[in-house]
Design a protein around this ligand. Sequence first.
Ligand SMILES: [Zn+2]
Ligand SMILES: [Zn+2]
Length: 255
Amino acid sequence: MLQDRNQRIEAVLAGAKAAGRLAIDLLLPPRCLACGVLVTEASSICPDCWSSLDFITKPYCASCGYPFEYEVGEAAVCAGCEASPPRFDRARAAMRYNEASKPLLLRLKHADKAELAPVLVRFMARAGQELLGSADVIAPVPLHRWRLLRRRYNQSALLAKSLAAEAGRPFLPELLVRRRNTPPQGQLGREGRKRNVAGAFAVAPTHAEAVVGRRVLLVDDVMTSGATANACAVVLKRAGAEEVMLLTVARVVLA
Ligand SMILES: [Zn+2]
Ligand SMILES: [Zn+2]
């Protein structure tokens, strides 16, 4: 009885919230998803931001997706992958991490993402078309539980869920779990990042079967050094995954 009533109250509150939102949407003019200037169309990016976004297209490294200046053949890999081959098979990103894409990623983390996520998913679906086509399962790179609580949700899971729905592939939100709480990567160099994430992930025991012989597509917001993707790939391969791929909104491209 009491539960019934609570459910009814919740439904009423949710309805009121949705109605309120609609009213706000009607009152407030649409703003650029990246910089916040007024734009004519809802859920769009202003021309200035748009022209500064640096979408990554072919040619790029067959392995990590690093963009090349010139066509060098479909199977060519970059100097970094040549020197130290990544543990994942393929990584692709929709755009370079730069001054224009940074605010998009920040807003995805901290602000209202209901409007932003579908736009980013569209960019990702285009950049990751081949990966989405060959993936058997799609999963996010996990956040540790306390970070999940503080941030209240995992933006990578949100992106992965939409991509999985779009590609018609199973979405496994808890395929990978963090074994320990790694400090934020921001201040660390390449070696530090590697040490920081090694052993940080595990395949959830309940999903051990789901990866054997499968092609796993991991989704994250940004690829920095590739250390996180490598650490995830190591445990997935050890668990029997046939291929491990990574699709991100953006990636850092060092000159
Ligand atoms: Zn803008
Ligand atoms: Zn590469």
